[in-house]
Design a protein around this ligand. Sequence first.
Ligand code: FPP
Length: 262
Amino acid sequence: MRSDESKFSIFSKKKTVETDPSQLKIPTHLAVIMDGNGRWAKKRMLPRSAGHRAGADNLKNLCKNCGHYGIKYVTVYAFSTENWSRPESEVHTLMELFVEYFDRYDPELEQEGIRVRFTGDIAALPENIQAVCKRAEEGSKHRDRMTLIVAFNYGGRREIVQASQKLAERVAAGDITSDQITEELFAQNLYLPDVPDPDLIIRPSGEERTSNFLVWEGAYSELWFSDVLWPDFGMQELTDALIAYTKRDRRFGGLSEKKDDV
Ligand code: FPP
């Protein structure tokens, strides 16, 4: 390998910014809205189900690529509380893919040291789906290189409503008073209170909105959008997102820590 070449052949030569992982600021938690499967299939005159299958395959690549960069948590939006309004056949395909996925890819997830967790209204899902979640979570508990969080039957608003219900019950039971509800206590009642908030949320496919994804947790997340459709979103696109993230100045409502900012 020539010394001026990137360590990773997948990186295009036109890159002007160093793409060595040590040159990048790496988010602890990356979240991805896997959008564009339908359009990917349409472009190829394939059924939408083929797009979802390609999208599910690409999740494997995302995990590998994020593992390479040392990202600790990756949350992906696989099925929203609003996706039930899609045609029954499409909902069925997505459920089927979900059931297949974790058994089929478990050896690869194991090899990569990937723990699997789920976020969403899991208790409202059919029992066979809940069983898949339980099996995948239990079987991967010991892995600690990276955590893949799959948002399934997930809606940010529903998550907030359910947290509010839990707290309202505690107030009604006299366990706490309403003025004891702080942001911290509220966050402890969300689906995965031990997971840090996402640093960066990526949405491919040209749409620029967050669609009820991680509404509370994403309050201060950096956003990055790409025109590439999800099944084609690879190492190059992830690297582009990380390069952009590296240049962002996260202030969380405060002032910049950069010395030249007065
Ligand atoms: C949105 O794209 C995508 C979804 C609603 C489903 C995402 C699901 C997967 C990638 C596969 C399932 C995941 C697992 C974990 C097995 P869209 O189809 O609405 O895209 P479009 O806007 O181009 O129609």
